[in-house]
Design a protein around this ligand. Structure first.
Ligand code: HEC
Ligand code: HEC
Length: 455
């Protein structure tokens, strides 16, 4: 199922387009006094996880070797190199989701999914990341780092940076973790799959954006710790877009930092759970709405009858009133159950999770308990969103072929194959993009702005 997924514009090029080439290499620090103080206090955040060969490193590596969906070529590697390959697999298949864009019917991470950027014919294709000699990834490790940190496109004939690839997120990963991903990609079975050429050369984007050497994506600019170890909690504390909560004890701060590292450099919760995800000038994360949901996703047509979903809206996670993590029955156990079962385990009967959260949860379900707990601690610790951004979000629109697929009293909209007709008093009670017309939920109009906004 995963192999057919082609998300359009996860980092829409319009977002990066506005970056221009003007982002300064070293923006001025505007770190407030209180933030500087907290940064002092986080020097206590242990970095025991950071050393290659440390126990956490080994645990992640072992899990990574277990969850790789393809056999790996590791027979000629040293023990240390093999550990690194395992860690890379842990990231690619667990704490991040490279396969969601880079896997295709041709094979695991073999590329070839189109991402349409507009209606004018601009399109890019996810690349073949396997080591196939003629059609696979030919980047050196140094070039791979440059791709991940600056968006530079090394493909022949390409003078513009990568525009769909979420390198603006991945750039915050440490050297150790980027090395591990590269080692894993090198150990993959080669898949011969020629990816079509991109059409993006006349877009208004630069060739790359230099790595800023400080975290400047959020509310507060912060120095990045010099240390470049794996799954670094200190790095995670530095790359949290919102101000740091002040009331965390040492252990929780470590967990918060680790969760932030995964959420903000690998899994990119912000990309989907903040709408829009970046400010109008696209330089920074839209922190006033951070993790309050509301992004609409169109389920790819071939998946609709299988998933029984047509359209979804990302959940409000951090709203003070309507946020999932502020609901009275919120707990780590509930979050864990939702991720592990890929369903709304807190409803009866439990609905399957909506697209593409089902894919994200499918990966997160494979990570170590310690790391899943850290993600929970982090999101829990993010300051709540208040004001107009804190809104309840619509449930996903359910696919149907006939009224028998819908609840009693509903009908099936022939035009859009979605269940309609539920009794309502307001739009929010209806499914994604539907409206409440004369006390009944109606399918979105042909010119619906909500549908047009769908990714
Ligand atoms: C939202 C979809 C998406 C995700 C998620 C994604 N990529 Fe990409 N990636 C792309 C696309 C599309 C391109 C090429 C076109 C562009 O972006 O302009 C690309 C290009 C690349 C390239 C350049 C390859 C070359 O031969 O030049 C590398 C390396 C890469 N991705 C690695 C990764 C890794 C590693 C991950 C996971 C940590 C990942 N990508 C996650 C969509 C994605
Ligand atoms: C690729 C997009 C995407 C990413 C990345 C993503 N989510 Fe989601 N998430 C969604 C969508 C869409 C929904 C709504 C699913 C539904 O309606 O069933 C959702 C739902 C959820 C829910 C269920 C909330 C509820 O009300 O039951 C939780 C919890 C959640 N996401 C947490 C996270 C966390 C934490 C991260 C980062 C580690 C994350 N998500 C990353 C798209 C995403």
């Amino acid at each position: 199922m995963k192999s057919h997924v082609a998300r359009t514009g996860w980092i829409p090029y319009v977002a990066v387009a506005a970056l221009g080439c003007t982002q300064p290499d070293t923006a001025p620090m505007k770190s407030s006094a209180s933030e500087a103080l907290t940064l002092e206090s986080i020097s206590s955040v242990q970095t025991e996880d950071a050393e290659a060969g440390g126990s956490a490193f080994r645990a992640r590596s072992q899990r990574g070797l277990e969850i790789s969906p393809v056999p790996l070529q590791t027979s000629e590697l040293t023990h240390e190199e093999k550990l690194r390959v395992g860690l890379g697999s842990y990231i690619v298949n667990g704490t991040a989701d490279c396969g969601g864009c880079h896997s295709s019917p041709a094979g695991f991470l073999s590329g070839g999914n189109p991402f349409f950027l507009d209606r004018a014919g601009h399109v890019v294709w996810s690349r073949n990341l396997t080591p196939d000699a003629t059609t696979g990834m030919s980047l050196t490790e140094g070039q791979f780092f440059e791709v991940m940190r600056t968006g530079k496109d090394f493909h022949r004939d390409q003078i513009k940076m990568l525009v769909v690839m979420p390198w603006l997120i991945f750039r915050w990963m440490s050297d150790e973790d980027l090395k591990a991903i590269y080692a894993y990609l090198r150990a993959l079975p080669p898949v011969h799959n020629l990816v079509p050429p991109d059409n993006k050369s006349d877009l208004p984007v630069p060739g790359s954006i230099p790595f800023p050497n400080l975290y400047n994506d959020g509310e507060v600019d912060r120095r990045l710790p010099r240390e470049q170890g794996s799954f670094s909690a200190r790095r995670g504390v530095a790359i949290a877009p919102r101000a740091q909560p002040h009331d965390l004890e040492d252990d929780d701060l470590r967990s918060y930092g680790l969760g932030s590292y995964v959420a903000n450099s690998m899994m990119a919760c912000n990309e989907c759970h903040t709408n829009p995800d970046r400010t109008a000038d696209s330089r920074k994360i839209n922190t006033p709405a951070y993790l309050s949901g509301g992004t609409v996703f169109g389920v790819p047509p071939p998946l609709q009858p299988l998933m029984r979903q047509v359209r979804t809206t990302s959940a409000n996670l951090k709203g003070a009133t309507h946020g999932f993590f502020n609901e009275p029955d919120d707990s780590y156990a509930r979050f864990r159950e939702i991720i592990r079962t890929q369903s709304h385990a807190d409803e009866s009967p439990p609905r399957p999770l909506g697209f593409p959260m089902n894919l994200i949860a499918g990966n997160l379900a494979k990570v170590l308990e310690h790391d899943l707990k850290a993600i929970y601690t982090y999101v829990k610790g993010v300051p709540p969103v208040t004001g107009p951004n804190d809104q309840p979000r619509q449930a996903y629109a359910r696919f149907c072929s006939t009224a028998a697929d819908c609840h009693a009293g509903e009908s099936c909209s022939a035009a859009t194959n979605e269940c309609v007709g539920k009794a309502c008093t307001a739009d929010v009670e209806c499914d994604t993009c539907q409206t409440c017309n004369a006390s009944a939920c109606a399918a979105p109009a042909a010119d619906s702005a909500c549908v047009a906004s769908a990714r």
